[in-house]
Design a protein around this ligand. Structure first.
Ligand code: N2P
Length: 385
């Protein structure tokens, strides 16, 4: 990803929830054109439609190499919630060839029959996948039949330590969900900007963990209680956004509920924009959820051959390293580590220590009745009622 496209321009001070979207579209358009021009018509032809999370833009080299080898016309759609993806998939004609669902959602989607069973023989780079990790994700995708792991990460907070210290005092502890879920604290941070992920299925499990409850609870009362906690902080939340990177990098927000790898990108963009504040990722001990992003081929995909080529390319050792170097999330290709920038392999936000990793809880699939409930509570919460 060329961060020149995404770094904040001067003077854009207003708080806006979805500032990244048009920029991402521009970037996608730029990449799309480059790919078509660079393509070699002797190879695969036709289209490839990808629906990918904002800021999951594959590394620049990864895309360019693919473009050189293949003559596909690649188009990207930008995703900022699993619920949107799910609605598209369940419609039966998503229009996409490769999609990027999160682990907590994939098993229900598999049950609903939205994915093509994978023909692993068409993914020769499968040998590069981490066998331990494949075992772990088989709890969501039994037998690894439908999903290819892309990257993984955790839920936590991105902090502008410089601003947060100004708001809370220099000795305030910066290690727990109090920063986002304790009204006394959030009220103070409101002055410098508080951002929350715009996805109920990320927020509720972490409020439950903060309350000392089971983050994957199936008890409706737990969610009602979590809603009461959220209601108290509602007045201090300045935006709901899953594309908050530039808001943090530009200094409009001083705290964001965030996905781990995004923080590396925020730091880089802040630096490029000449900001001198310290950006830190906090995953509260024992209260931070782990997730995987998969690549799946919808059953109705029109360009399955190209989908396989794309997925296979993503699992190349050097391409996987390029992805981590660009988007600061680890992939499922362990060998790629050799080619990853040392400051990233040394960064516990990107590569948590074994001890930290043991403390993460797996974000489990959410039961449909609970999903229904939290969707309703979430709308109430956002509306401030
Ligand atoms: C990165 C999106 C991560 C998705 N911007 C987390 N489930």
């Amino acid at each position: 990803m060329d961060d020149a496209f995404t770094a904040r321009g001067p003077g854009g001070g207003a708080r806006r929830a979805h500032r990244a979207a048009p920029i991402a579209r521009r970037l996608a358009a730029a990449l799309g054109i480059a790919l078509v021009l660079a393509g070699n018509p002797a190879r695969a032809q036709g289209d490839l439609n990808i629906l990918i999370w904002s800021d999951y833009f594959i590394g620049p080299k990864a895309v360019a190499e693919f473009g050189k080898a293949e003559a596909m016309n690649i188009k990207y759609g930008i995703l900022d919630s699993d619920d949107t993806l799910q609605a598209k998939l369940l419609s039966g004609h998503s229009g996409y060839d490769v999609v990027y669902p999160s682990s907590a959602y994939i098993s229900k989607q598999i049950e609903a029959g939205v994915y093509q069973a994978l023909d692993w023989s068409r993914i020769p780079n499968r040998v590069n996948l981490d066998p331990e990790l494949m075992k772990k994700i088989a709890s969501q995708d039994p037998g690894n039949r439908f999903g290819v792991p892309y990257v993984w990460g955790t839920d936590g907070m991105a902090l502008n330590v410089t601003r947060v210290r100004e708001a809370l005092g220099k000795d305030a502890p910066l290690d727990g969900w109090d920063l986002l879920f304790n009204p006394a604290t959030v009220a103070k941070l409101h002055k410098c900007g508080v951002s929350m992920l715009d996805q109920a299925s990320d927020v509720f499990p972490h409020v439950l963990a903060y309350m000392g409850r089971n983050p994957n609870s199936r008890n409706p009362q737990d969610y009602q209680d979590a809603y009461e906690v959220l209601r108290k902080v509602r007045p201090y939340i300045d935006q709901f956004s899953s594309t908050y990177l530039n808001d943090m990098a530009g200094g409009d927000m001083c705290i964001a509920m965030a996905w781990s790898g995004d923080v590396g990108m925020i730091r880089r963009r802040a630096r490029q924009a000449g900001q001198n504040f310290e950006i830190r990722y906090i995953a509260p001990k024992g209260q931070s959820g782990l997730w995987f992003t998969f690549m799946g081929i919808p059953k109705d995909a029109a360009n399955k051959d190209n989908a396989y080529r794309w997925i296979n390319h993503m699992l190349d050792v050097k391409v996987a390293a390029d992805i981590t170097n660009a988007i600061t999330y680890p992939t499922a290709v362990p060998e790629s580590r050799r080619f990853i920038r040392p400051e990233l392999t040394a960064d516990p936000a990107v590569f948590p220590s074994a001890e930290d990793a043991r403390g993460f809880f797996m974000m489990a699939e959410i039961d449909p009745a609970i999903m229904h409930l939290i969707t309703r509570l979430w709308l109430q919460f956002k509306a401030g009622s």
